[in-house]
Ligand binder design. Structure first.
Ligand code: HEM
Length: 472
């Protein structure tokens, strides 16, 4: 592999923060389409922001030690904010992501057990099959004008999650209907949150949220019912589960001596589908676009992949052992997650005793009931924590001298006990897809296309991500 660091100094386009305004209604108006519109330049310089939103104290927490206090050291005093449950309940019920306390702890023990059994190596063949379908689709579109890579990444990541959870590929018809429902849910959920902050009625939005959630939930429910029917004839073998659904069905919590009920299974699978495909699709689409914008970084990824595969033909795909060797490709993925974190903000609530937040430039009282916003989007582009924060430089994740960012300032998967249990799954999937792409194609930008990156539940482009693929 070529060891010389890339000389490229690329600042990829991003939705820049607006000039500072004290007019909170103007900010909420800008946040109607994309929550990134709520941010102003000042937010990327301060340690701790505070505002009063119609009586609700709201903090923007950028200071890494404070981030650690909230997400790791005093996690039980800063649970998920009730708005998290409120906005996601129609879709994921009381699934792991939005609940707290004992309800969360039991679910996390069961999910950890299921993910431990569904080892990365075990799910790899399903990932490879979905990637192979992607490559077949791309072969018929390459060398023939712009391709919407975001749509393709949405399809491949949904296919990966369906294959790993249900042991079958995603069918074209169900894909279209389900994606439309997810996209509408995301858009309306962001708007419902703005209305909720403004204490305005949102009856019409709630109705569309419920309708779209029902489309997705019915689909998941029938898949689970089908499996439970099969289990009546052939009970699952807990030591040899066929997929993640089997792992979830057979997981047993020794502390409470319970397993997931069928209602809970629907909630968890709906969440895993959302978590597992929306986030990975977002980061993979953007990572491919960044490779198109930086040819020298793309060449470095390619030489690393070629060095690992040696002279194996294209028909012999990368193995899970190969993936572990692709350090630079992994750094490209991390740098993508830094600049464009798919989950761009989390919200927590202070529930026990008021406290004093102490940051280098002062102290602030945090009362019970305050809403804390922690934003990987802001923290990972913050000028105090990252040198050249807006530059795309994967090397910063590899070279000791470049590891100068503040501890706890990189949190695309969260931090602490609630950190994403799917991180290794997502990394394996992303590296496989990116490596197989650069092996076959030169990825080029489309000159008159700029993705319109929009912050909803996840970060997505509303006009797709168009690129050219030229066969090597
Ligand atoms: C690039 C891909 C992904 C990103 C950026 C991501 C990010 C995150 C983040 C930031 C959280 C925690 C949020 C918080 O603390 O409020 C989270 C939680 C979670 N993620 Fe992921 N995720 C990704 C992929 C996946 C995949 C592939 C799966 C499963 C197949 C998954 C399953 C989960 C689960 C179950 C939780 C809830 C953990 C808990 O509350 O204890 N994620 N994810």
């Amino acid at each position: 592999m070529n060891e010389t660091p890339s000389k490229e100094k690329l600042i990829p386009p991003w939705p820049k923060p607006k000039p500072y305004t004290t007019n909170i209604f103007k900010r909420l108006g800008l946040g109607w389409k994309s929550w990134l519109g709520l941010l102003n330049e000042w937010d990327f310089r301060i340690n701790l922001g505070e505002l009063n939103l119609l009586g609700l104290p709201v903090f923007l927490v950028n200071n890494p030690p404070l981030v650690r206090q909230i997400l790791v050291d005093e996690v039980e005093k800063f649970p998920k904010h009730p708005y998290t449950l409120w906005i996601l309940e129609p879709l994921i019920g009381h699934a792991i992501f939005s609940v707290n306390g004992e309800e969360w702890a039991r679910q996390r023990r069961l999910i950890d057990q299921a993910f431990q059994v569904a080892k990365l190596r075990q799910v790899f063949p399903a990932m490879a099959d979905a990637t192979s379908s992607l490559l077949t689709r791309l072969k018929s579109q390459a060398n023939n004008g712009p391709i919407d890579i975001d749509a393709e990444m949405t399809l491949v990541t949904a296919d990966v999650i369906v294959r790993t959870i249900l042991s079958r590929p995603l069918e074209q018809g169900e894909a279209t209907e389900i994606f439309k429902a997810f996209a509408r849910y995301q858009q309306q959920a962001g708007r419902a949150l703005v209305l909720r902050f403004l204490k305005l009625p949102m009856g019409f939005l709630q109705k569309t949220l419920l309708n779209d959630a029902a489309i997705i939930r019915n689909w998941v429910q029938s898949a689970i019912e089908e499996r439970l029917k099969v289990h009546k004839v052939t009970p699952p073998n807990p030591s040899k589960p066929i997929d993640i659904l089997d792992c979830l069905i057979t997981a047993n919590d020794t502390k409470t001596k319970t397993s997931f009920s069928s209602e809970e299974l629907v909630d968890q699978i709906c969440f895993l589908f959302l978590a597992g495909h929306e986030t990975s699709a977002s980061s993979l689409g953007i990572a491919t676009w960044l490779l198109a914008l930086s040819p020298s970084i793309q060449e470095k990824v390619r030489s690393e992949v070629l060095e690992v595969v040696k002279n194996r033909p294209l028909t012999s795909m990368l193995t899970s052992d190969d993936i572990r060797k692709l350090q630079y490709c992994g750094a490209v993925f991390n740098e993508t997650l830094r600049l464009y974190p798919p989950v761009s903000f989390f919200i927590r609530e202070r529930t026990q005793d008021s406290t004093e937040f102490s940051v280098p430039d002062g102290k602030k009282q945090c009362p019970v009931g305050a809403l804390l916003t922690l934003s990987p989007w802001v923290i990972q582009r913050h000028e105090k924590h990252w040198p050249e924060p807006n530059h795309f430089q994967p090397e910063r994740f590899l070279e000791q001298k470049d590891c100068r960012w503040a501890k706890d300032a990189f949190l695309p998967f969260g931090l602490g006990p609630r950190k994403c249990p799917g991180a290794a799954f997502a990394q394996q999937e992303a590296i496989l897809v990116l490596a197989e792409l650069v092996r076959r194609y030169r990825i080029l930008p489309v000159s008159d296309h700029k993705p319109n990156l929009t912050g909803r539940l996840t970060l997505r482009s509303t006009n797709g991500i168009k690129l050219l693929l030229e066969s090597r």
